[in-house]
Design a protein around this ligand. Structure first.
Ligand code: GUN
Length: 288
């Protein structure tokens, strides 16, 4: 079977061109869209992700405001920063990169971010609106997955989507999105306690891997002709790589790709779409 590689790069470039026009329209109305990004601690992965988000803002003409706090920052300090950004009328979106260092209460911070500036769609009010079918924002990675399917003309209606992973960032919200009216997939959510996982994944027309374990999905778990969406971003040792490590997805790409009708690469797949959807939410927040 010939496999289509679903490139996030090409799509993100096309989306950026559309968004550049949106930024110009906002600026013509006297609005300079602005995203505040909070990074606590020195996690190398998070530093890269935040850096990429800030660079994308720069390319689009969105003002980004970078707040870096040490891992030793207190809950009160972080909450004071969020409150300040909540009350700053020049800031339209607030993103607090996860995970937070140990000792900080993630859930309290996510509840504190003003829902109309919550461009990650992590606030319970926004999660509730999404679940109720009238979203204010779409969560970035799930929206990126759906946009990638849509722009590649991959139908979801009547298809069986199997999501492996139940995280608040990807697994749970993507399952809500795919089963919504208009997308109309039949969705199975699997997780670390699911017995006989392969029995479920083998029935997937669309398989979303969001487990966080490198090469977890192997060829014997995938139906011939399936569409495979790999959300994994795992750093693995690779003595041949210049830094001694490289990114690996949750899917054993080399084994699985020949069985698929379409598959996302890592890197260069879903990750770029996540950033594109973050930009979309920021522009939405600025225009509302
Ligand atoms: N950590 C991993 N993915 C994300 C994301 O989409 N948003 C935030 N804020 N943190 C993350």
């Amino acid at each position: 079977m010939s496999v289509k590689i679903l490139s996030g790069k090409e799509l993100a470039t096309a989306i950026e061109a559309e968004q550049t026009a949106l930024v110009a329209r906002l600026k013509a109305r006297g609005i300079e869209p602005a995203l505040a990004v909070i990074l606590v601690g020195e996690d190398p992965g998070s530093q890269v992700y935040v850096g990429n988000k800030i660079k994308t803002c720069g390319r689009l003409g969105i003002r980004s405001v970078d707040h870096r706090l040490p891992a030793s920052a207190s809950q009160a300090e972080l909450e004071a920063l969020v409150e300040r950004l909540n009350n700053d009328p020049t800031i339209h979106g607030i993103l607090c990169q996860l995970p937070l260092p140990k000792g900080l209460d993630e859930s309290r911070i996510l509840r504190l971010i003003r829902p109309d500036k919550d461009v990650d769609c992590f606030h319970p009010e926004n999660v509730g609106l999404l679940a109720a079918g009238s979203p204010r924002f779409l969560p970035c990675t799930p929206a990126g997955i759906v946009e990638m399917l849509r722009r590649n003309h991959i139908a979801t209606a009547g298809k069986h989507a199997v999501v492996v992973g139940r995280s608040n960032i990807v697994g749970r919200p993507v399952s809500i999105l795919l089963s919504q009216k208009g997308l109309d997939a039949t969705v199975t959510v699997c997780h670390s306690r699911t017995p006989d996982l392969a029995a479920h994944t083998l029935r997937a027309d669309i398989l979303v891997a969001a487990i966080g374990q490198p090469r977890f999905i192997t060829a014997n778990m995938v139906k011939d002709g399936a569409v495979v969406i790999d959300v994994g971003m795992n750093r693995v040792a690779d003595p041949t790589a210049p830094k001694g490590t490289r990114l690996a997805g949750d899917v054993d790409y080399d084994q699985v790709a020949p069985k698929c009708s379409a598959i996302t690469p890592v890197p260069g797949g879903v990750g770029l779409m996540t950033i594109a959807m973050l930009m979309a939410n920021t522009l939405r927040a600025a225009g509302q």
